[in-house]
Structures are given as structure tokens and as C-alpha cells.
Design a protein around this ligand. Structure first.
Ligand code: HEM
Ligand code: HEM
Length: 221
């Protein structure tokens, strides 16, 4: 009995030592091969988190605080204008030409991601890129439809234009519909970020805060 017990103990110790050694070796390998790369510049990060803030304020104030709602809505509009300009003249990963919408590649990327074969992208991945375009376009339309509502009462930059002739009720319905659509997209966007972070073992939210992404080789994708 004693001999069996000792053998068992020895085996366990040996096994766990091997396990530890393997783990440590792997860790060392990982650390020596990874590099931190600056991906999201400071303006993209300020843009993103300001957008989240003012979108949330606009969303929460639409009922009782219409003045605050309108100011937050205009701020979202101005942020989007900035992003359009920055997408043309900005830093490498902020430029639209670095993440053009490619639906076929986006679908392939999603399939690869589900099967765990997706490669890492330093900028937006092909699926994320399409989501970014959808978010920007629908947000733009949301803010424009808001401006169209107040134009029917003679206020805002669209007052006196052809939209101010439209029925206020129709414009309100359009504004509400676009808001529901954007909410759905935001939900998908956050789910996509969480899913990608999980599958790629990389904290994308942290990357949008620090601007840095971890990559296993120095090649840029
Ligand atoms: C707390 C909730 C949110 C989190 C955690 C989050 C996280 C992120 C992350 C990690 C990225 C970068 C994705 C990548 O690596 O490709 C991103 C990009 C983006 N997100 Fe969000 N997001 C949130 C809410 C929102 C909301 C509410 C909006 C719009 C209303 C939004 C619009 C965008 C846009 C437009 C981009 C592209 C950024 C750029 O290239 O300038 N996000 N978000
Ligand atoms: C991201 C930006 C925006 C979001 C998320 C948003 C969201 C909403 C929502 C959810 C409603 C309530 C719809 C309903 O239940 O009838 C609303 C109403 C309204 N919004 Fe916006 N909005 C935005 C931008 C704007 C802008 C830029 C303006 C004006 C310049 C504006 C003007 C209005 C007005 C006047 C109403 C009241 C309509 C009514 O009386 O029913 N919104 N908005």
C-alpha cells in the first residue's frame, strides 16, 4: 500500500512539474513573439468614446429634454463629419481605404472566425468594417432626420429646404425608425466586438482605449 501511494505521489509531482514547465515555456514563447502596435490614434479614440457618450445622451433625453437631445444630436453629427474627414486625411488605420467594404471577404471572415481560423487584423476586420460603415451611414441619416423634424417648424440648418415642406409626422416616424435601426446595429456591433475579442483572444475594447493591439509578428495586415 505504502509503495503504491508513493508511486502515485511521485507520478503526480512529475506530471504537474511537466505541466508547469510546458506552460512556462509557452508563455515565454508568446511573450518573445508578440509586438504591440499603435493602431487607433488619439483622435479616433476620442471620436469613438465621445460618439458613445453623445449618442447615449441623445437617446436618453428624447422625451423630456428636447433641447439637450438636439444639442447631443448635433454633436453626434459634428463627430461624424470629423470622422469622414479623418477617414480621408487621417492616420493609416483610420483611413477608409484601409478598410473598404468587401461583403464577400466579410462573410468569409465570419465563417473563419466561427471555425477558429480567422487571421488577426490590426485595423477593422472585414466584418467590423461593414458594421462601421453601416453605423456611420445610419447615424448620419438619424441626425439629418432629426434636423428635418425641427425644420418643419422653421428651425435648424434644414429650415427652408425641401424637407421642411414634408409632414412633421412622417419625419418623426422616419426619425424613430432610424433610431430603432441604429439601436439594433449598436447591439450587433457590441456583440461582434465581444465575440471577436473572445475568438481572437484579444481585448478589442482595451485596444480602443489604449490605441494598441498585440500582434504575433511584425507584419502589418
Ligand atoms: C460601450 C459600448 C461600445 C463598445 C464596448 C464599443 C467598442 C468598439 C470597439 C472595440 C471598436 C473597434 C473595433 C475594431 O477593433 O475593429 C469600435 C469601433 C466603432 N464603434 Fe463602438 N463600441 C461601443 C458602442 C458604440 C456605439 C454606441 C456606437 C455608435 C452609436 C459605436 C460606433 C463605433 C464606430 C463608428 C466604430 C468605428 C471607429 C472608427 O474607425 O472610427 N460604438 N467600437
Ligand atoms: C444620434 C442622434 C439622435 C438619436 C439617437 C435620436 C433619437 C430620437 C428618439 C429615440 C426620438 C423619439 C422618437 C419617438 O418616439 O417619436 C427622437 C425624437 C426627436 N428628435 Fe432625435 N435623435 C437624434 C438626433 C436628433 C437631432 C440631431 C435632432 C435635431 C436637430 C433631433 C430632433 C428630435 C426631435 C425634434 C424629436 C421629437 C419628435 C417628436 O416630437 O416625437 N434628434 N430622437
Amino acid at each position: 500500500m505504502l509503495i503504491v501511494g508513493l508511486r502515485y505521489t511521485t507520478q503526480v509531482i512529475v506530471l504537474s512539474e511537466t505541466g508547469d514547465t510546458m506552460k512556462n515555456t509557452n508563455k515565454l514563447k508568446l511573450q518573445s513573439n508578440t509586438t504591440k502596435v499603435d493602431v487607433w490614434d488619439i483622435l479616433v479614440r476620442i471620436f469613438h468614446w465621445s460618439l458613445v457618450l453623445f449618442f447615449t445622451i441623445a437617446y436618453l433625453t428624447e422625451d423630456d429634454w428636447l433641447d439637450i437631445h438636439t444639442i447631443a444630436g448635433y454633436t453626434v453629427f459634428l463627430l461624424l463629419i470629423f470622422r469622414l474627414i479623418w477617414g480621408v486625411i487621417g492616420t493609416k488605420y483610420a483611413k477608409f481605404r484601409n478598410f473598404l467594404p468587401q461583403p464577400k471577404r466579410a462573410i468569409q471572415y465570419l465563417k473563419d472566425e466561427i471555425s477558429g481560423d480567422a487571421k488577426q487584423y490590426l485595423g477593422h476586420n472585414p466584418a467590423g468594417a461593414i458594421m462601421v460603415y453601416l453605423l456611420i451611414i445610419v447615424l448620419f441619416l438619424t441626425t439629418l432626420s432629426g434636423m428635418a423634424i425641427i425644420s418643419t417648424e422653421g428651425f435648424g440648418p434644414l429650415a427652408g429646404t425641401f424637407v421642411s415642406q414634408w409632414s412633421g409626422k412622417t419625419l418623426e416616424d422616419i426619425h424613430e425608425l432610424l433610431t430603432s435601426l441604429i439601436l439594433f446595429l449598436v447591439f450587433l456591433h457590441i456583440a461582434g466586438v465581444v465575440f471577436s475579442s473572445f475568438m481572437q483572444e484579444e481585448n478589442l475594447v482595451k485596444a480602443m482605449i489604449t490605441g494598441k493591439k498585440q500582434t504575433e509578428n511584425k507584419g502589418e495586415k
